[in-house]
Design a protein around this ligand. Structure first.
Ligand SMILES: [Zn+2]
Length: 268
């Protein structure tokens, strides 16, 4: 597990942000002249254009409008990457609960899309999310994992119908692969679509090839409980599925705050 990043001073965090947003040599976006750092006023100065620039007031970056101190951003980002609950993040970053929730959503929305295509042996399973006795309807997530690489595909769906599940397989699994599922009837015609198919009966304690399938849900359910106490909103579930996929398929995004910022803050 990576440690909480500790740069020597607030100024260091600020300088890191400038370099992430304006490029390694910190050049003026209009005239390419190297910008001067004025830490006291918290801005960058272009002596040619006679203009101030700020990493958090630059429309090209998703930090636009940020009111956090740069250090708080790094701490919040680290907490999100390490799956810390909102209570811990509130304490470490010294911000309110709503600020934590808002920034977690913001990080999630910046995760770059990467549609995985699973192949060879693929395990598939469905799970319900949301509390049984809450007003929110329960949602179904269908998931597929390639056990030898841990590559993961997830989709929120309203039904376990044959149509929905076959579409999911066709979107995420290469034809010719072996799909291993539970005994649910909706998978039975996969061979007609060009897949090999094996099923196992969970209720009889037959978990032969699906252990990995079970572990997808144990990790994500624990994460959901820590973040929302199990009461999960639909819009959160969609975004969380994207995040869980990224945690499996693009692990470098979660190595440290710098790796995430480098991947998502493309210099202007
Ligand atoms: Zn300039």
């Amino acid at each position: 597990m990576s440690k909480l990043p500790k740069f020597s001073s607030n100024k260091k965090y600020w300088m890191h942000l400038n370099r992430l947003v304006f490029g390694e040599s910190c050049q003026c976006p209009s005239c390419s002249r190297v910008l001067q750092e004025r830490y006291v006023g918290k801005y960058l100065w272009c002596p040619v254009c006679r203009k101030k620039y700020r990493a958090t007031a630059w429309r090209g970056s998703w930090l636009y409008g940020m009111k956090l101190r740069p250090k708080q951003l790094f701490v919040l980002l680290w907490c999100w990457q390490q799956k810390k609950g909102p209570e811990v993040a509130t304490l470490l970053a010294e911000v309110s609960y709503t600020t934590v929730a808002r920034w977690y959503e913001r990080f999630r929305s910046r995760v770059p899309d990467a549609v995985p295509l699973l192949s060879q042996l693929v395990q598939i399973d469905e799970s319900y999310f949301g509390k049984l006795r809450s007003k929110q309807p329960q949602r179904i997530v269908v998931g597929a994992i390639e056990p030898h690489t841990r590559k993961l595909a997830l989709r929120v769906t309203d039904s376990r119908s044959q149509e929905a599940l076959e579409q999911f397989v066709q979107d995420y699994v290469r034809q010719g692969s072996l799909v291993v599922s539970d005994k649910w009837w909706a998978y039975e015609e996969l061979p007609l679509l060009g897949y090999a198919h094996e099923s196992h009966n969970h209720s009889k304690g037959d978990y032969a090839n699906t252990n990995q399938g079970e572990s997808i849900w144990s990790v994500s359910k624990r994460h959901t409980r820590r973040l929302y106490g199990g009461r999960i909103l639909t819009r959160h579930l969609e975004a969380l599925c994207q995040e869980w996929m990224a945690r499996h398929n693009q692990p470098q995004l979660f190595e440290s705050p710098m790796t995430f910022l480098q991947a998502t803050l493309v210099p202007c």
